[in-house]
Design a protein around this ligand. Sequence first.
Ligand SMILES: [Mg+2]
Length: 435
Amino acid sequence: MNKISLSDRISGSLFGLLLCDSLGTAVECQISGSFDPVKSLRGGGKFQLKPGQFTDDGSMALCLSIALLDNENNIHSSIKQMNLYQRWYENGYLSSNGECFDIGITVRIALNKFISNSDQSETAYYGNTSDKASGNGSLMRLAPIPLLYYQDPSHAVIEAMNSSKTTHASLLCLDSCRIYTALIIGALQGFSKDDLLNTDHLFVPNGLSNDYWINNPLDADVFKVINGSYKQLNPPEIKASGFVIETMEAALWAFYHTNSFEEGALKAVNLGNDADTVGAIYGMLAGAFYGIDHIPNEWKEKCYFNDLIQTISDELFRQSQIRTNVSIVYKKILEVYDELAKFYSGTIKRRVLPCPKQYKSMEEFNEDIQQLNSIYENVLKSLDEDQEMITNDEKQLIFNRSKTILKQFLILIEDDKHSLTIKWLRNVNPFSQKK
Ligand SMILES: [Mg+2]
């Protein structure tokens, strides 16, 4: 067992997921060998993202994190989880570019059912139970479950299944989430790769009984992968498809055959096809295993909304130790993000797109940017009025991180400004001047 702190493993896992998602989207849907191999974060790809922008995998993992942290007891609410996915789907909440630009079919069907059902019961399990609906959409966002509940692995595997059932309820999806939760917990506990990937005796983390997988057996297809199929196979047999079994096999193949976070990340995403999700699934395990310090600094710096993500990761760590009220730092920074996101997505982004209220002049546009700045200032002003106990260090941290969140929105706004300017230039009617 090596000595990497738990908080470094937790942030390694969350950033690992987001950064490998971002790394992979550059070659998402492309056939392996048909593209220049990915060597670093380069953006582009099917959604023409900027380096460091993540896709649905990352956004859904952040939504799940916030849903889990929003509960004071240890049982997560599937309704809160789906509510946040709905905010992402409809308003681009926790998206890296302020909009929901990609969504899996299985997730979309489940979310539409959730949205159209006004009578919500205690659970929001809308996942299809058919094996044919065994996409990788619940495994790709799994990390927050083992990160938060690692001290109680039997609770964690149950919550892993519950979090999957909201959108993916097939046995293959549920069992993939169960075993992968056990592996991430094992990585957090500092087990070696030989232990985690042992095929003589399936890995069981501390806290689960040794015969756990005998008493709670895995589906045969999941077992085949965990029993080491990825050790024998290579591409083209290793496929980075959207099928949960093949995605997990590809992620473990990359993890098994490499010796550093970066090497494995590049091996995973250069399979192409569903590269972002193979990346995300590799990244959440490898990040927990190697720790945050082994993720290239250049990647971490480029990660969109990295200060918000660090805040979420800090809170996951804090709450994994003892379940208590959320910290003032987390609460305030999330409030700043929420308020800015609401105005950015609900007003600015909407008025950039064609609509009756679309911006007609740069003045109108600048007025709204001004408004965004005042929202930021007002949220922070309330810090001074807060009666809650807060230290100067905490205050400073809130200011620093909130400022980078504001800057991140201003960077997104620069892109909007660019597209508006192009539109206005194109719309200039040369004849209107001749009178
Ligand atoms: Mg994606």
